[in-house]
Design a protein around this ligand. Structure first.
Ligand code: TXA
Ligand code: MG
Length: 349
């Protein structure tokens, strides 16, 4: 299949292109598009056959449901049974990087929800995503536009490298602002379950809802036979080809360990900016300053893709803290590392 690639400037959107792409979607095709979190692989949300094409193009297991993208928070009424809490969340965080799970209406085919009777809804703030949904005049189902198991795409080039030749069109709109996928919450009466942390933090959610529970799979591995609240939790995501090892421990000890490792091992390092001058091989990737979580979030998936190209025996990275945006970084990194954490002590230096 020939994939059409369109370059679009988010500050000066060529509406002829979004119209062409909306037509491709309405004809049952697949279009990848930028959002403020990561790129999405879109199909019309009410079109069962188009949804099947998404699973095939990504190599995604059919029980892993898709997120439905709307251009106005009120459109949730058309696809889900909403509640007062939904509108409180919408007022506080939409449009933006928040996905809300609610009971689905029949118009959403069960193929789209992986057989579940709930649907995940999100109203992105990215101007190109908004324009595309408006032009389609119906919700767009879109998982992240990567091959299943590889890091989510934060640039058009990532999408091209994963999906060129497999989908109808790609809108290249530059680098995603946030770089990590949306926060996902499930409404349970007056309470929320946090299923996936993102740029809308736990603390921000608690300003809107007093009772927010963090699902155990956010920070820990699923136990054998444990049924996850979200099907996506059971799959190893964002997995680099080389082994990824997360380093925990005293900051100076970890730094000393890395200095030694880069001298003696064929390793790549996802390093903090301030460490770069201390490390002595060429396989060092700058993920941002130690206390700059936003830059680290923005660069993480690119860094994992880059590290994979370096033919290293292993990749070292810092275990993030779990505060604020750190929880989202922690969640993505422990999954990419298949929960491999090494606590550095003085004897390891
Ligand atoms: O930022 C994002 O959310 C991006 C952009 C494109 O919007 N999308 C994204 O989609 O990350 P995806 O498919 O890669 O991740 C969606 C996650 C999966 O882990 C899936 O299992 C979960 O959402 N999910 C979707 N519908 C669900 C439902 N009804 N119940 C529980 N989990 C659900
Ligand atoms: Mg994904």
């Amino acid at each position: 299949m020939q994939t059409q690639i369109f370059n679009v400037d988010e500050k000066n959107i060529d509406k002829d292109i979004t119209k062409i792409c909306a037509k491709i979607l309405k004809d049952g095709g697949l279009v990848a598009f930028p959002t403020e979190t990561v790129y999405g692989l879109g199909a019309i949300a009410t079109d069962e056959n188009a949804a099947k094409k998404i699973y095939a193009a990504k190599g995604r297991p059919s029980d892993n449901p898709l997120i439905i993208h709307i251009s106005n928070p009120c459109d949730a009424e058309l696809y889900a049974y909403t509640s007062e809490l939904y509108y409180k969340l919408a007022d506080a965080f939409m449009p933006g990087p928040l996905t809300v799970i609610m009971p689905k209406r029949d118009i959403i085919p069960s193929t789209v929800t992986g057989g579940l009777d709930t649907v995940a809804l999100r109203c992105p703030s990215h101007p190109i995503a908004k324009e595309l949904i408006k032009a389609a005049n119906v919700a767009i189902a879109a998982p992240s536009a990567n091959l299943s198991g590889s890091p989510s795409p934060t640039t058009g080039d990532h999408v091209i490298s994963d999906l060129n030749g497999k989908i109808d069109a790609i809108i290249n709109g530059g680098e995603a602002e946030i770089g990590l996928e949306s926060t996902i919450v499930k409404i349970e009466g007056e309470s929320l379950s946090l299923l996936r942390p993102g740029a809308i933090t736990y603390d921000a959610l608690t300003c809107v809802c007093e009772d927010v529970k963090i699902a155990s799979a956010v920070t820990a591995a699923l136990k054998e036979n444990e049924r996850p609240l979200s099907p996506g939790m059971k799959y190893r995501h964002y997995a680099p080809k080389s082994e990824l090892i997360l380093l925990d421990g005293n900051k100076d000890d970890v730094r000393a360990f890395l200095i030694n490792a880069t001298r003696t091992q064929n390793c790549a390092v996802l390093a903090y900016t301030e460490e770069i001058p201390l490390l002595s091989n060429e396989k060092i990737i700058d993920v941002g300053a130690c206390d700059d979580l936003q830059t680290q979030a923005k660069r993480l998936f690119s860094a994992l893709r880059e590290a994979d190209k370096l033919s290293a025996d292993r990749i070292y990275a810092h275990l993030p803290c779990k505060d604020g945006l750190g929880l989202a970084l922690y969640n993505r990194m422990i999954r990419a590392a298949a929960h491999t954490v090494f606590t550095v002590t003085k004897k390891d230096i």
